[in-house]
Design a protein around this ligand. Structure first.
Ligand SMILES: Nc1ncnc2c1ncn2[C@@H]1O[C@H](COP(=O)(O)OP(=O)(O)OP(=O)(O)O)[C@@H](O)[C@H]1O
Ligand SMILES: [Mg+2]
Length: 168
């Protein structure tokens, strides 16, 4: 294992088993994984930043090698404040490649010292996205097996709650 930390950025709206899979793979390589939750108000997240951070913290409560922080602004600037030079990204079947390629090269031109490290999830999660999970939950479907149980409970209470889930 490398004595080095890595940043894993995303919206995590909400965290899915695909994200959990990537974090666990990251922990096999890096001694610390900092999950960086993007505040992105433009995307109108279903869960608040605080809720998204808390869900990741709860899932990894027994794993001190996982830290969770919220951030906004440029990823490379945030990486610098955390003293990390590696960014982890997950690659799903086909769909992620072009966007991830663009982002990695843009981040490299902004900060040549930062390397992007791509990891593939288990085949079971290769077609899983937070957006799909939000859609299924909004329509009353079960997301068991796609997200950790605590996330599934929170999704159900959002659907039932006073503010209906918005599909984006
Ligand atoms: N099922 C998955 N397997 C592997 N990587 C994933 C998976 N879901 C997300 N990722 C990766 O995790 C990072 C953060 O993703 P993000 O939080 O935007 O999730 P998302 O599922 O794409 O969300 P949304 O559907 O809202 O766009 C990205 O690198 C993304 O490719
Ligand atoms: Mg996405």
């Amino acid at each position: 294992m490398l004595k080095m930390s890595a940043l894993y950025p995303g919206s995590f709206d909400p965290i899915t088993n695909g994200h959990v899979d990537i974090i666990e793979r990251g922990l096999k390589v890096f001694d610390r994984v900092i999950v960086a939750v993007l505040k992105n108000p433009k995307k109108h997240p279903l869960f608040t930043t605080k809720e998204r951070v808390k869900m990741v913290q709860d899932i990894f409560a027994s794993r001190p090698a996982v830290e969770v922080r919220a951030f906004d602004g440029l990823l490379v600037d945030f990486a610098r404040t955390q003293g990390t030079r590696v960014v982890i990204r997950g690659l799903r079947a086909i769909s992620d490649f072009e966007y991830e390629f663009q982002m990695a090269l843009m981040n490299r031109s902004l900060e040549p010292e930062i390397e992007t490290f791509f990891m593939m999830p288990s085949v079971h999660y290769s077609f899983l996205s937070s957006n799909l999970v939000r859609e299924v939950a909004a329509l009353g479907g079960s997301v068991d097996g796609l997200v950790p149980p605590a996330v599934s409970r929170r999704l159900r209470s959002k659907v039932r709650g006073p503010h209906k889930v918005q599909i984006s």
